[in-house]
Design a protein around this ligand. Structure first.
Ligand SMILES: Cc1cc2nc3c(=O)[nH]c(=O)nc-3n(C[C@H](O)[C@H](O)[C@H](O)COP(=O)(O)OP(=O)(O)OC[C@H]3O[C@@H](n4cnc5c(N)ncnc54)[C@H](O)[C@@H]3O)c2cc1C
Length: 386
């Protein structure tokens, strides 16, 4: 049986493991961090296409059970004007919100239930390609396999082992703050994201099933170091974020002030990684094509990648041919997402006239609905038996 070494136990990794097992391969996952130590903080929305990919490997149920629906987005201007609304999902499952750490936990548990081995505390440092492929870990151990799948995220070691000249991730100019308030002074909006195009920054919030408010804001500025990301206190983020939200006619500043926990992440993307595979190694998910978080689709794309790759390896026993077929199916789509998400960003603070033009354009676009502008994204279907 083909032994697949999967590097990274985030999102693409466990999904790839389950898909490869279904395809008849023998996967093992190696995750750098000890069990239970996820970079907790960000929450995310899994879209219909992500659930479609999970459905292909019978793994949508546990994720749906741990997440809550995100049916529609209502848009507001910073001056308090309602600009319109649009559906978020559209398919059978519909979009759902979940914390990244919770999603990783659920996926790993489901993989474990299927008797897939996940080894924690195994950080890939090198590979040995003398016979087949061997993963060499920072703890000095090594594991041999027939192929190695790098699902090791935006700062992927596998990407660099495949191509030492691979482009570095680009910092997109914004730090994303995700915050949680148990008792924010707002009406609950279950199933709804309120999106506020403020004077200086974009802010969004929704209501979790326990009545708490989950929110995010894109803060323009320089990238933060690992130390700054982990040591900046919630009080400090509250101070910075409320300054940016001052003057908006919205509940954003009050929500931030009521928050007990705020976490920050730098936004990165990789427009194009020229070389996804080499011999017995390949990268998938953010390791190959990280998108800025604006479009909210990186995780769903990582799930699609994992299932499509497994299908290619099932149908084409020659690894090189399978990797080529995978790339032919995936490259255009994922690079289109990265470009789309980059366009949705923007770090410059709009002036008063730009704000009026922007708000009018948003209203007009929403009035021309209710079509879902991201149909090409969420309508993707994987026919596992096809
Ligand atoms: C603030 C924020 C909000 C986001 N919101 C959304 C959203 O709403 N919807 C959405 O779809 N996406 C969203 N994303 C993007 C999403 O998080 C990523 O696209 C997704 O996590 C990619 O999955 P992955 O498995 O490829 O990588 P990751 O989730 O990064 O997982 C990589 C794993 O590999 C491990 N690893 C790294 N290096 C090594 C190594 N050398 N050896 C072994 N293991 C290693 C890491 O510890 C990690 O567990 C958001 C991202 C951010 C930052």
């Amino acid at each position: 049986m083909t032994r697949a070494l999967i590097i990274g136990g985030g999102i693409a990794g466990p999904v790839a493991a389950m898909a490869l097992q279904k395809a008849g391969l023998d996967p093992v996952v190696y995750e750098a961090y000890p069990d239970g130590v996820d970079d907790a903080g960000a929450f995310m929305t899994i879209m219909d296409n992500g659930f479609d990919a999970l459905q292909a490997i019978d793994a949508a149920g546990p994720v749906l059970a741990a997440a809550f629906p995100a049916d529609r987005a209502v848009f507001w201007s910073g001056s308090g004007k309602r600009l319109g609304e649009a559906p978020i999902g559209g398919g059978a499952a519909g979009a759902h919100t979940i914390k990244r750490a919770e999603l990783c936990r659920v996926l790993r548990e489901e993989a474990g239930r299927r008797r897939i081995r996940i080894e924690h505390g195994k950080r890939l440092g090198d590979v040995d390609l003398e016979h087949g492929v061997a993963a060499v870990f920072d703890d000095g151990t090594r594991q041999e396999g027939d192929l190695l799948i790098g699902a090791d995220g935006v700062h992927s070691a596998t990407r660099v082992l495949i191509d030492p000249a691979a482009p570095e991730p680009r910092y997109v100019g914004t730090v994303v703050l995700c915050g949680y308030a148990r008792h924010a002074p707002v009406e609950p909006v279950p199933g709804v994201y309120r999106m506020i195009y403020g004077r200086r920054v974009f802010f969004a919030y929704t209501t979790a099933p326990d009545g708490g408010t989950w929110w995010f804001v894109n803060v323009p500025g320089t990238a933060l170091s690992k130390a700054e990301l982990s040591t900046t206190s919630t009080a400090e983020w509250q101070r910075k974020a409320t300054l940016l939200l001052q003057g908006d006619r919205s509940p954003a500043a009050a929500i931030v002030e009521a928050s007990e926990d705020i976490r920050a992440s730098n936004g990165y993307d990789i427009a194009s990684t020229p070389k996804w595979h080499d011999g017995r190694m390949i990268v998938i998910g953010d390791a190959a094509h990280a998108a800025a978080p604006n479009a909210g689709h990186g995780a769903s794309m990582a799930m699609e990648d994992a299932v499509v790759l497994a299908k290619c390896l099932r149908d084409l026993p020659d690894t090189a041919a399978a990797f080529q077929a995978y790339e032919a199916q995936r490259r255009e789509r994922v690079e289109r997402l990265v470009a789309t998400s980059a366009r949705m960003g923007g770090t410059a603070t709009p002036g008063p006239v730009q704000r009026i033009i922007r708000d009018l354009a948003i209203s007009r676009r929403l009035r021309n609905g209710p079509r879902n502008t991201a149909a090409w994204l969420i309508g993707h279907h994987i026919d596992w038996d096809g």
